[in-house]
Design a protein around this ligand. Structure first.
Ligand code: GLC
Length: 361
């Protein structure tokens, strides 16, 4: 049995980090099919990577035809297409049902098909999942509920897995003289990840702090990034907030012992929330928005300071509470880290992914 892992994006967002893990743990005969070169291919360079390469500027129609033949060749002789996102799922559907290909499809649903993220289109996508030989894996219970309430089929929840050798759990920074709380935010720059709201909330904080904002504007959110920078200047936060862009080796940064708190302030429910798991596995408490997959990760732990992004002022309240208590919750952080390490392990991911692929075949 041959599985084609199919991705359109090769920039390292959450979905691509997860794909690297899923690809590595899969025990079946496999290949990667990608529609562009990028950091994801560099990470899997030793694997069977099949990447579409553009032939220069010869017009959109020509490009589409070339991509089409590339995929046609890649999908021949394949038994299963594992689609790592919405676009690849829809493209696989077209190949399967318009060109009568015999492969089965697994769509790993990594987005929440709720009204906030997708509006009306979610119902059409939901209905499409009832076509024969379409199988679903959800990255959280929340993503599962969102799709089924959009008329989608049910599927299995397989959580992302994390390697404890990478996420070592160094914990808080050594107590420093200035007593300043060192914070970091790690999600990619995007309006729904709420960086602008975070800066606004920080404007209301009297306590001494420092924030390193990492994460790239990976999918063309450059204007949003400029807006964040303008807001930082407007609120006189230049000395406290530093934007450092995309970080290749996030585990080393989070495990450097240089931070006390991780901030993940999405304004819409996070389908899963890899950044939250990474923070906790690094031994750090989090401030995060309530709801979505985050709730499944942190439960009601006191090492997680949750806020409702729809209520004005809640974020600053959560920030103040977290800043005031980070040094007094080391036991809670350790308990949460142990729970999260168990629930989101690479071992569980390997077992569940191979079981599901085996079942579908
Ligand atoms: C998507 C989701 C994010 C999740 C990631 C991995 O990027 O938005 O919440 O962590 O997929 O499943």
């Amino acid at each position: 049995m041959k599985v084609a892992f199919f991705t359109n994006s090769t920039k390292m967002g959450g979905a691509e980090h997860s794909l690297v893990d899923v690809y590595r743990v899969c025990n079946f005969d496999k290949k990667l099919v990608a529609l562009e070169f990028g950091p994801l291919i560099e990470r899997l360079i030793e694997e069977d990577c099949n990447v579409y390469s553009s032939r220069g500027k010869r017009g959109i129609l020509f490009e589409v035809c070339l991509k089409f033949t590339f995929l046609y060749r890649q999908f021949s002789g394949v038994d299963l297409v594992y689609a790592n996102g919405n676009k690849t799922y829809l493209i696989s559907l077209v190949y399967k049902f318009i060109f009568f290909r015999r492969f089965k499809i697994i769509w790993h649903v990594r987005d929440a098909f709720d009204k906030h993220h997708f509006g009306f289109i979610r119902f059409l996508v939901g209905l499409s999942t009832h076509l024969p030989n379409v199988n679903l894996i959800f990255n959280s219970e929340y993503s599962g509920r969102a799709l089924t309430s959009s008329f989608g089929r049910t599927g299995v929840v397989i959580y992302n897995g994390f390697d404890l050798n990478t996420w070592r759990g160094v914990g808080l920074s050594p107590k420093n003289k200035s007593d300043k709380v060192r914070m970091i935010s790690t999600s990619r720059i995007s309006p729904w990840k709420g960086q602008l709201e975070l800066i606004e909330a920080l404007g209301d904080i009297e306590e001494d702090f420092e924030l390193i904002m990492c994460g790239g504007a990976l999918f063309g959110e450059d204007d949003y990034l400029k807006e964040i920078k303008r807001k930082i200047t407007l609120l006189n936060l230049e000395d406290k907030v530093k934007i450092i862009g995309n970080v290749d080796d996030l585990p080393s940064l989070l495990n450097s012992g240089g931070f006390d708190l991780v901030l993940h302030t999405a304004v819409l429910p996070e389908p899963f929330g890899r950044c939250v798991v990474e923070a906790i596995l690094s031994g750090l408490p989090v401030v995060a928005s309530k709801g979505g997959g985050v709730q499944e990760i942190v439960g009601d732990s006191e090492a997680a300071f949750l806020f409702d992004p729809d209520i004005r002022g809640e974020l600053s309240k959560a920030l103040r509470k977290a800043i005031g208590s980070v040094r007094n919750i080391e036991t809670e952080i350790q308990i949460l880290r142990d729970e999260v390490a168990n629930k989101f392990s690479i071992r569980e991911l390997a077992i569940n992914i191979n079981k599901e692929i085996g079942r579908v075949k």
